[in-house]
Design a binder for this molecule. Structure first.
Ligand code: CU
Length: 163
C-alpha cells in the first residue's frame, strides 16, 4: 500500500484516509480547502466536483499479477444496484466499472456486461485483477443503476505488469 499517495489524496478523501491503517491523522477540515501540499502533483479537487479515481495502483506503477485495485469516489454517492428489475436510475448514485485496455466511454453510454468491462454492482471498492505482463491501461468508470455512464466520472491510469 502506498501510504504517501494516500496521504496526498487524504485532503479530499476522508474514506480512504480512514482506511489507511496507521499514520494518517483525521483532518476535521477536510471539506474546506486546506492549503494543498507544495507538490503540484495532486490536483486539488474543487469542492463539490464529483470524480472517480484509482487509489491503487498509482498511474505509471510497476505491479505484479494479481494486481490489487482500489477505487476512489468523491462528491458522488456509491451504492449497490437495487435487487430485481431496475426501471429507473437513482440520481447522483453509481457503482464502479473497470475496463482493461480501453478508454472512457462517452457520457450516456450503457456499459457492456462483457469484456473488457467488469461491473461492481455491489458497490465494491477493491478487486484483484489478473493481468498479463506488459503495459495496460486501466479505466475506472462510474455507471448509474442502469449502468449508464455519467459525465466527468471516469479516469484512466497505465500500469506496467512484470512477471
Ligand atoms: Cu454496472
Amino acid at each position: 500500500m502506498n501510504v504517501r499517495t494516500l496521504q496526498w489524496l487524504a485532503a479530499g478523501l476522508t474514506v480512504a484516509a480512514t482506511a489507511a491503517c496507521g499514520g494518517s491523522e483525521p483532518k476535521p477540515a477536510a471539506t474546506t480547502t486546506a492549503a494543498p501540499p507544495a507538490t503540484a502533483a495532486a490536483k486539488p479537487a474543487a469542492s463539490g466536483s464529483p470524480r472517480v479515481f484509482f487509489i491503487e495502483p498509482t498511474d505509471g506503477a510497476t505491479v505484479k499479477s494479481p494486481v490489487k485495485l482500489r477505487f476512489g469516489i468523491e462528491n458522488y454517492e456509491l451504492a449497490a444496484v437495487p435487487q430485481g428489475d431496475v426501471t429507473a436510475a437513482r440520481p447522483r448514485i453509481g457503482h464502479h466499472h473497470v475496463g482493461v485496455d480501453t478508454d472512457c466511454l462517452p457520457p450516456g453510454t450503457v456499459i457492456p456486461k462483457a469484456n473488457p468491462w467488469v461491473h461492481h454492482g455491489g458497490a465494491q471498492t477493491v478487486m484483484d485483477m489478473q493481468l498479463t505482463p506488459g503495459k495496460h491501461k486501466l479505466t475506472l468508470q462510474l455507471g448509474d443503476d442502469k449502468h449508464t455512464t455519467i459525465e466527468g466520472l471516469c479516469s484512466s491510469i497505465t500500469v506496467n505488469v512484470t512477471e
